[in-house]
Ligand binder design. Structure first.
Ligand code: KG4
Ligand code: ZN
Length: 338
């Protein structure tokens, strides 16, 4: 039995959790910085780093108490090494490393997107390898062929904006606030799908790459050509969401056809989107394969996925090596098999 403390601080959520290899998730806590950044319409890196410094240790104390585990009895501490905001990552890495040193246990830095990719493993019915993963967050949009832990081949990725970033920018344009994904989804519920028809990016080109900058420009042009009353805002949100989700769907269908795999994992913040979930499970337009998601709270950033990835990654670390760094940019396919 190994118990691992996971610490996530790559962006604007401080996530801390304890995962036990026999008993599963023992405790999970999250502090969201949404209020800190809301006035700015996006994440302010310096404020994010300072907020993590304030929140990590109280959250660690809370989850250890809830889990009933002493720091010294843990098998290790896992923290997000990258990709993400450098200052935010450093805050988590420094605290994680210091705690592990003090407790005399190993620490390891894990890849944030590997955490997202493995998050469905925390569910009662987890996927089995191999599968295709659609990773959709504020910083990434990619399709990955997953043969095992660390055995990742990127099938396609965005050539410009990430899909979550497109949701966030569109929400800001429409005055819907931050974070944009849930705000667009809420506004779109009242929108008229027939009023505007937005292009489905990259759907007419072969391959599995994505692009969202054209859709963003089309949205901005439409917003400038119309009076932004509440009905028009809802209609534009609807047209944008339909186009963005369709473009993800088209590429998922293609990826499943090309790999011949029978399982699709959808993870990352945009994976919480209900329209996407509904369409993927629709026998008419879905992929026709089994789709696995983390529960919605583990789609967005959290400590549980980092603790889980840490279970696999801690075994390879040298406990005497006290040096550490962060990787604000860190390609997923650079990871080694575990
Ligand atoms: O994975 P995540 O929490 O952080 C990153 O690693 O980036 O993803 C955050 C992104 C944001 O862009 C947010 O707008 C988007 O996920 N998001 C959504 C929804 N909930 C969060 N996008 C669409 N629909 C949602 N329901
Ligand atoms: Zn994330």
């Amino acid at each position: 039995m190994t118990c691992v403390l996971g610490i996530e601080t790559s962006c604007d959520d401080t996530g801390v959790a304890v995962y036990d290899t026999s008993a599963g998730l023992l405790a999970n806590a999250l502090y969201s910085q949404i209020e800190t950044h809301a006035d700015y319409g996006g994440v302010v890196p310096e404020l994010a780093a300072r907020d993590h410094i304030r929140k990590v240790v109280p959250l660690v104390n809370r989850v250890l108490t809830e889990a009933g585990v002493a720091g010294e009895d843990l098998g290790g501490v896992a923290y997000t090494r990258g990709p993400g905001l450098a200052g935010a990552l450093l805050a988590g890495a420094a605290v994680a490393r210091s705690l592990a040193y003090g407790w005399g246990i190993p620490a390891c830095g894990v890849h944030h997107m590997e955490g997202h990719l493995l998050a469905p493993m925390l569910e009662p019915v987890p996927p089995t390898f191999p599968f295709v993963a659609l990773l959709i967050s504020g910083g990434h949009t990619m399709l990955v062929e997953v043969e095992g832990i660390g055995r990742y081949r990127i099938l396609g990725q965005t050539l410009d904006d990430a899909v979550g970033e497109a949701f966030d920018k569109t929400a800001r344009l429409l005055g819907l606030g931050y974070p944009g994904g849930p705000a667009i989804a809420r506004a779109a519920e009242h929108g008229d799908a027939s009023r505007f028809n937005f292009p489905r990016p990259m759907s007419d080109r072969p391959g599995l790459d994505f692009s969202f900058s054209g859709l963003k420009t089309f949205t901005r042009t439409t917003a400038m050509q119309n009076d932004l009353d509440s009905r028009t805002i809802a209609d534009i949100a609807r047209a944008f969401q339909d186009a963005a989700i369709d473009s993800l769907l088209i590429k998922c269908r293609r990826a499943m056809r090309e790999t011949g795999y029978s399982s699709l994992v959808v993870a990352g913040g945009v994976g919480a989107n209900q329209l996407l979930r509904g369409k993927l499970s629709d026998p008419g337009v879905g992929t026709g394969v089994d789709v696995y998601y983390p529960r919605p709270e583990f789609c967005t950033d959290n400590g549980a996925m980092i603790a889980y990835a840490g279970v696999w990654r801690l075994s390879g670390v040298d406990p005497d090596d006290l040096s550490f760094d962060v990787r604000p940019r860190w390609p997923l396919d650079e990871l080694d098999p575990a």
